[in-house]
Design a protein around this ligand. Structure first.
Ligand SMILES: Nc1nc2c(ncn2[C@@H]2O[C@H](COP(=O)(O)OP(=O)(O)OP(=O)(O)O)[C@@H](O)[C@H]2O)c(=O)[nH]1
Length: 392
């Protein structure tokens, strides 16, 4: 009997020892954090709910916050990309004044030297006019400025540097100021976002300006949706996605070659669904034929207007392209109702006079100026800051 008891006890001890050994081994093979993972967390990314896809209108909607960072496992919560806080629109041009002064002050200094010289003869007046024309101010405006200055200098009999500067400032401002409202219309209408179409020839800085404008608006506290309707070049949509990601603005995009009007429509639909303040649509601007351009931009506008009115059609113009750029601008103005001009690359040319000429020719104000390749190098145009930068 005792033998049976002892044998029973020995079996229990052996079973306990073997059980303990396996328990320890199993626990060691589990990574420390993993044992807390609830079983229902799956390794597969959750497919989008059908209603979400419907809401996106089938477009490739890639808001950055939802895209998992490359190389990370699907179990890890997608890291929120750090969003940038761009500076507000107010005071931007003042901050960029040094750039303007660098590119434009040779014009102002040349004019001031000529005007305050003791021998202000016919040749000097001709040289003043040539200097203005060389700065792309246009013949009509240059002639008018010279005529007005001649009269004033004669009447006042002045050569004093400060007085001459004040006269020139007045004349330049008179040419640059316009009656038309210079602010970009970005405020929503009730539950509908403001819609801005950005048009222009490729390479002028259209996509960059669209991205920079989104930053200006985000800096002013507005919510923005971007539409990559330049489907002609896949890189343009990628580029816009990057701009949007940096400030948390959703970008509505589709595959290369997709119908630009459908992207624009989806972008506005997304803007309405999201309760966004402003939708900005980057369009393709290849100048194939005038009819082709008219058809494309006309269709984009018509289709957008099924959802919401178009508040602004901003024409992007490269300041370094001079007369060629103006010719292109004329074509755009003929096919679409341009409401404002975004003049880019003003940091790269001394021909800031193009502002006067383009406003005069197209009858629409320059609303924005690009003063560099940096993300915040776009500013609402301020004529006084501009003229003061020219005159030093
Ligand atoms: N220096 C300077 N460069 C600028 C400015 N604005 C845009 N650019 C540059 O101009 C180049 C063309 O800009 P994009 O925005 O790609 O031009 P786009 O008109 O959209 O052309 P696509 O993308 O081909 O449609 C880029 O290298 C920009 O960085 C500016 O104000 N100053």
């Amino acid at each position: 009997m005792e033998i049976y008891l002892l044998a029973g006890l020995a079996i229990v001890v052996v079973l306990l020892a073997v059980g303990g050994f396996y328990l320890v081994r199993t626990r060691r093979s589990v990574a420390p954090g993993e044992e807390e993972t609830p079983p229902e967390v799956t390794r597969e990314p959750k497919p989008a709910a059908p209603e979400d896809r419907e809401k996106d209108g089938g477009a490739d909607l890639l808001p950055p916050a939802q895209a998992p960072p490359a190389g990370e496992g699907a179990t890890a919560a997608p890291a929120e990309p750090e969003l940038e806080t761009p500076p507000p629109s107010a005071g931007r041009m003042v901050r960029l004044r040094a750039r303007l002064a660098r590119s434009q002050s040779a014009l102002g200094q040349g004019l001031l030297n000529l005007l305050s010289s003791s021998s202000l003869d016919e040749d000097a007046w001709e040289e003043i006019e040539d200097t203005l024309i060389t700065a792309d101010i246009g013949v009509a405006s240059a002639t008018q400025i010279v005529e007005n200055l001649r009269t004033k200098v004669k009447v006042l009999g002045t050569r004093d540097h400060d007085e001459v500067r004040a006269l020139l400032r007045e004349e330049l401002l008179a040419q640059i100021r316009t009656e038309a409202e210079r602010g970009v219309r970005t405020a929503p209408h009730g539950d509908r976002p403001a819609v801005i179409m950005v048009v222009g020839v490729n390479g002028t800085g259209k996509t960059t300006t669209t991205g920079k404008l989104a930053r200006v608006l985000v800096g002013d506290g507005r919510s923005v949706v971007l539409g990559a309707a330049d489907t002609f070049r896949a890189a343009a949509s990628e580029q816009l996605q990057t701009w949007g990601s940096r400030v948390g603005a959703p970008v509505v995009r589709k595959e290369e070659g997709a119908d630009p009007a459908s992207v624009a429509f989806d972008a506005v639909a997304r803007g309405i669904d999201d309760g966004a303040d402003t939708v900005i649509i980057d369009t393709a601007g290849r100048l194939h034929t005038k009819t082709g351009l008219m058809d494309e931009l006309g269709k984009v506008k018509r289709v957008v207007e099924k959802k919401s009115q178009v508040d602004e059609v901003l024409l992007v113009l490269d300041a370094t392209t001079g007369q060629n750029g103006l010719r292109q601008a004329r074509v755009f103005a003929e096919v679409v109702n341009v409401t404002g001009i975004a003049l880019t690359k003003l940091d790269g040319t001394a021909k800031g006079g193009i502002i006067v000429q383009v406003q005069r020719e197209l009858g629409v104000p320059v609303k924005l100026v690009g003063l560099g390749e940096g993300p915040d190098d776009l500013a609402p145009f301020d004529p006084e800051v501009f003229v003061d930068a020219i005159l030093g």
